[in-house]
Design a protein around this ligand. Structure first.
Ligand code: P6P
Length: 339
């Protein structure tokens, strides 16, 4: 973390972005404008999420997305808001979203389109939790395009290894609404003051504790886990040294990740019989969370290799993920490699 990340009492997100503009290397302020548009969309979506139970915005919109999941109206709403905000500001040349089968090219037929960023987004992850008033989140991932500016954006601009990300983060719509993001210079958390619609730097330079005693996994799938995962779960539960650990599983990736980032812990979504490649998507869930994890001195792997080194092959592909406190991920990988 650089000197400029040192917390300034009550610094706002706007001031933080300006102060750290210099760190967005090669960026002519576009990346700052991109983060600002995420900030705006987050406030708009937060407003709807916070009153979800009050208006007839809940309930399946009748469609299903590519994942075959019921599309809740709030999913659709959040997707539209983020796409609209990112498109209107003429900052990105393409968007890939969990809610859209194919990527969206933005003004790519305009040969004057000098925009060099593409964004991948899960507009409302864990949306099935909305009906039961459990925290949900938005996850985003930003790359510099690989095709020349002024030409149509292609799938290659989206299928980049996670180690090429220039920014990544999430919004968590929880007991408070926070924006947590990185541009490769550490992880910083901003809390929204809804009364005035301003995000304040509340968690400067966030770091995973080296180890922890919380493991997050859906043990309902135990019978179908790989042996290495079964052995690691038994390791977490045995009465020895600093164990047994505590099992905490909210069923909302952003919430489980955020709690582990603050308290220490590991989140695992391994392969199961229903999900032979795991359930979480590489491009707009695992890669952004892996970038954040590593920037916060944690780890993220598929059990064997760094998530950030996986070469994507298609927009909605799924990978298993083990992420969180360094020592806990290393231990889980030991069980995976020796099973
Ligand atoms: P399961 C929510 O649908 C999600 O994508 C993540 O937010 C969450 O961690 C996971 O799936 C929960 O999946 O199979 O345990 O219900």
């Amino acid at each position: 973390t650089t000197q400029s990340n040192m917390a300034k009492k009550n610094q706002t997100l706007g001031e933080f972005i300006i102060e750290n503009q210099a760190e967005f290397k090669y960026s002519s302020g576009e990346l700052s404008r991109l983060i600002n548009s995420i900030r705006l969309a987050a406030k708009v979506v937060n407003h709807e999420v916070n009153k979800a139970g009050l208006v007839d915005i809940i309930g399946a919109a009748g469609d299903t997305n590519i994942q075959g999941e019921d599309q809740q109206k709030l999913d659709v709403y959040a997707n539209e808001k983020f796409i609209q905000t990112l498109s209107n500001r003429n900052i990105v040349c393409g968007i890939g979203s969990e809610e859209n089968d194919d990527f969206i090219a933005i003004n790519s037929l305009d040969e004057n389109n000098q925009n060099k960023y593409v964004v991948l987004i899960d507009p409302l992850d864990g949306s099935s939790n909305i009906d039961v008033n459990v925290s949900v989140g938005t996850i985003f991932s930003v790359y510099r395009r690989v095709t020349p500016v002024g030409t149509p954006v292609t799938i290659d601009d989206f299928l980049q290894e996670g180690n090429k990300q220039v920014a990544a983060g999430y919004v968590i719509y929880g007991t408070s609404t926070m924006l947590v993001y990185t541009t490769g210079h550490g992880v910083n958390g901003f809390t929204l003051n809804p009364a005035i619609g301003t995000f304040y730097l509340s968690h400067p330079s966030m770091q995973f504790p080296e180890t922890g005693n919380i493991y997050s996994i859906n043990e309902g799938n135990y019978a179908h886990f790989p042996q290495g995962v079964k052995s690691y779960i038994k390791y977490c539960q045995e009465e020895k040294e600093d164990r047994p650990y505590t099992s905490r599983y909210i069923g909302s990736l952003v919430s489980d990740f955020h709690r582990n980032l603050i308290k220490g812990g590991i989140y695992i979504y391994p392969q199961t019989s229903k999900a032979p490649n795991g359930k979480l998507r590489l491009l707009y869930e695992c890669n952004p969370m892996a970038f954040l994890a590593e920037q916060a001195n944690g780890l993220a792997s598929d059990g064997f290799q760094r998530i950030l080194d996986i070469q994507p092959t298609e927009l909605h592909q799924r990978v298993p993920i083990f992420c969180g406190s360094r020592k806990m991920v290393e231990k889980a990988e030991e069980f995976m490699k020796n099973s």
